[in-house]
Design a protein around this ligand. Structure first.
Ligand SMILES: [Zn+2]
Length: 489
């Protein structure tokens, strides 16, 4: 299908620096690089640039000051495989197909957990494939099995350095990851490059280097410097109902998590310094985000994959592109990680594939309006998928609760929160705001039907009202972020 060239018209003034006649825009060297940094499991509220006062993230806070920050960015799934697939394909989990769950019910009968993971189909188009086809050299340094070749998320990556281990204790450190990323940049910097760097240190098990442990985890971590929590054995016991969470243990784990984030921040700083040292910082778009957050008893649970509350969905999103994005800009509107890949395409002046379902933020980055759209999140690592629908200040969460009455069909728990007044999702308003629930549910049902039809490969037959609803919500190839002719340039 033809790329959405129309979406690029309005970018010409923004991108004029390398579009001007006489500039060597046709040569590789003039085209910008892109560095995408994904900090696995990094919840937004631990970053200084998102309001945390613990001094954990000075390097990333500086990056945000030099670039732009989206205050309300959401992941589309609470665990790595479907969420990162959404980031890299600009599709929601029901559309791209990567995901699944881990069924622990056989454990009760003494059996092994049942694994139901699905990789990203070859037919899906990734950001790496898109940029590779446009002439960018593509590389990735990643540290989890879900990003290895097996699951398809890194399809199209020319130089894939993927490593993962049986135990989360042994995972490649942020320092090693940074070393490899810088080594790759040294090798490829003669050409425009796309590099994905994935840090896994913040993910459980939390075992920060001693220096960071001492600085950020004391005093709750004053005894036993070998203490770890969040091993896979812990998680299996926890999900199987065989491990009770104790608040002091989780508080200590949270401090170690923070220390890990501080360590990763130091390494991100080193990576960014490396861009400078290689002389490519001024010609590199940097995008920093996370695939999901982490829970520390915020809603009575621990780790991730099991709910769609904000501690798991609210992720950092920071972009820096010297000379092209105004410094220190912050956007308060809600955006989703599906919006990242089309934004990168626009900023790099690469035609956006038709398959990308998100909306480019480049127009807003150039000073135009940011049209806020509802954000869909989906999935549950440990069972049947949950669904969250964020629309304006409202967030609807639907949780399956079994089949209930056979005649009534599947039942579900309904939660409604007003994130403006209640960002921690404490007060469920579903009972008192039935009209809001009905409105959000109608919108959500339209989109879910659209996804289900798309996933089945069948043609989608919708009446005019349903089509208009989907267009208003930003689906069905809506191109309303592209300006009208009368839009100011
Ligand atoms: Zn993850």
């Amino acid at each position: 299908m033809p790329p959405r060239l129309s979406a690029l018209r309005w970018l010409l003034p923004l991108l004029g620096a390398w579009l001007l006649p006489g500039c060597d825009s046709g040569t590789q060297g003039s085209r910008p690089n892109v560095l995408v940094v994904v900090i696995d499991t990094a919840r937004a509220d631990r970053f200084g640039c998102y309001g945390h006062r613990g001094g954990l993230t000075p390097a990333i806070d500086k990056l945000a000051k030099e670039g732009v920050l989206f205050e309300q960015a959401s992941a589309h799934a609470p665990w790595t495989l479907p969420s990162t697939a959404s980031l890299l394909t600009s599709l929601h989990p029901p559309e791209h197909g990567a995901g699944g769950f881990l069924d622990l019910s056989p454990l009760e009968a003494g059996g092994a957990p049942k694994v139901g993971f699905r990789g990203l189909p070859d037919a899906q188009q990734t950001l790496a494939e898109t940029l590779g086809a446009a002439g960018w050299r593509t590389g990735a340094v990643v540290n989890v099995d879900f990003l290895d070749k097996t699951f398809g998320l890194t399809q199209g990556v020319e130089d894939l350095d993927a490593q993962w281990y049986d135990s989360n204790n042994e995972v490649r450190s942020a320092k090693e990851t940074t070393d490899l990323a810088l080594k790759w940049i040294t090798k490829r910097q003669q050409d425009p490059f796309f590099l994905l760097v994935h840090y896994f240190d913040v993910h459980a098990v939390y075992s920060p280097p001693a220096e960071f442990r001492a600085r950020h985890a004391a005093p709750v971590d004053q005894h036993d410097s070998n203490f770890v929590f969040g091993t896979r054995a812990h998680m299996l016991m926890l999900r199987g109902g065989k491990l009770q969470l104790e608040a002091p243990t989780i508080e200590r784990a949270f401090k170690l998590y923070e220390a890990e984030l501080a360590y990763v921040d130091q390494q991100v700083g080193r990576l960014l310094d490396g861009l400078q040292a290689h002389g490519v910082a001024d010609n590199t778009l940097v995008v920093l985000t996370a695939d999901h957050g982490e829970e520390f008893l915020d809603h009575g649970g621990f780790e991730h994959g099991h709910t769609l509350y904000q501690e798991l969905l609210h992720v950092p999103l920071v972009l820096r592109f010297p000379g092209h994005l105004s410094q220190g800009t912050r956007f308060s509107q809600s955006v989703g990680l599906v919006d990242v890949a089309p934004t990168i395409c626009d900023l790099l002046q690469v035609p956006t594939p038709d398959s990308f379902g998100g909306h480019s933020l480049a127009r807003a980055l150039a000073g135009g309006p940011l049209i806020e759209r509802p954000v869909l999140s989906h999935g549950n690592f440990w069972g049947e998928p949950l669904v969250a629908w964020r629309s304006g200040p409202w967030k609807l969460i639907l949780t399956p609760t079994g089949n209930g009455d056979a005649d009534a069909g599947p039942s579900e728990r309904v939660e409604l929160y007003n994130l403006e007044n209640d960002p921690q999702e404490r007060t469920n308003l579903a009972g008192s705001s039935a009209d809001v629930v009905a409105r959000l549910r109608a919108d959500l049902d339209s989109v879910r039907s659209f996804h289900a039809a798309a996933a089945s490969g069948k043609s989608i037959e919708l009446d005019a009202a349903a089509q208009q609803r989907l267009k208003d919500l930003g689906y069905m190839g809506d191109d309303s972020d592209a300006p009208h002719e009368e839009d100011p340039k």
